[in-house]
Ligand binder design. Structure first.
Ligand code: URA
Length: 239
């Protein structure tokens, strides 16, 4: 259990510099349990602390774990080159607390993207040693054939990769669509694997990461939500 002064609490939650957080407090913009608190040094237990800033309710979170249903034509980079950044879809507080995507999706890939400011979580989820399965639905230019599925399951050789890369599972779900599960997260991996197998990916959507399914989150494209403890545990434990 940790106790912190209110200005530090607001700063840790991404409301701005300590000076700015003090100004918010002194200006009467911060309420706790419906009471305005104007002493920036008020010491509070952070666990489950609820407060409001400019009448918006918040809950203290030591770290944030976010799921976004990423639309197309959005880049995962903070400094994008050709399309708007994914951070434009999220509150500014997240950038200030250094929230990062957990692995990137291509600008034209849609679907489940995780973001967090928990470095250990990001590292563990991205580590090849963890073998976190990621499920993609890929639309193909040429019809899907049993040979294509067999090639992806058997492994295809990609330029710059020493060993062939294989899908964990792969099945045809429509004449021009496969569901493919990968454990690695190599650059453009699904697209490159399809190209190496003689087809071409025309659309790509990530639907699951580990045990977390995008469909259960009820997010429209461009919407995000906090992951709750149970979902975070599922990702962390991989069970
Ligand atoms: N594979 C790709 O080719 N692109 C992505 O964005 C993710 C996986």
């Amino acid at each position: 259990m940790s106790k912190l002064p209110l200005d530090r609490i607001l700063q840790s939650q991404g409301f701005g510099t300590r000076k700015y957080c003090r100004e918010l407090i002194h200006g009467g913009e911060v309420e706790i349990s419906g009471e305005v608190v104007t002493d920036s040094q008020t010491s509070l237990i952070t666990d489950d602390l609820e407060f409001s800033v400019f009448d918006e309710p918040y809950r203290y979170r030591e770290h944030v774990y976010i799921a976004l249903n990423k639309p197309a034509d959005i880049e995962c980079s903070r400094k994008p080159s050709h399309h708007p950044s994914v951070f434009g879809l999220l509150p500014e507080q997240f950038s200030r607390r250094d929230v990062q995507p957990v692995g990137r999706l291509d600008h034209d890939t849609t679907g489940l993207l995780l973001l967090s400011d928990d470095g250990a979580f990001i590292h563990a989820q991205s580590s090849p040693k963890r073998h976190v399965p990621k499920v993609y639905v890929a639309t193909t230019h040429e019809p899907v054939t049993p040979q294509l599925v067999a090639q992806l399951l058997g492994g295809v050789k990609l330029h710059d990769e020493p060993a062939p890369l294989a899908a964990v599972t792969c099945c045809m779900i429509a004449p021009n669509q496969i569901e493919i599960v990968l454990e690695q997260g190599k650059y453009h991996q699904v697209k490159r694997m399809l190209a190496a197998a003689g087809n071409h990916c025309t659309a790509l959507r990530r639907t699951e990461i580990g045990q977390l399914k995008l469909a259960t989150l009820n997010l429209r494209e461009g919407e995000w939500c906090y992951l709750e403890n149970k979902q975070i545990k599922l990702l962390k434990d991989g069970s």
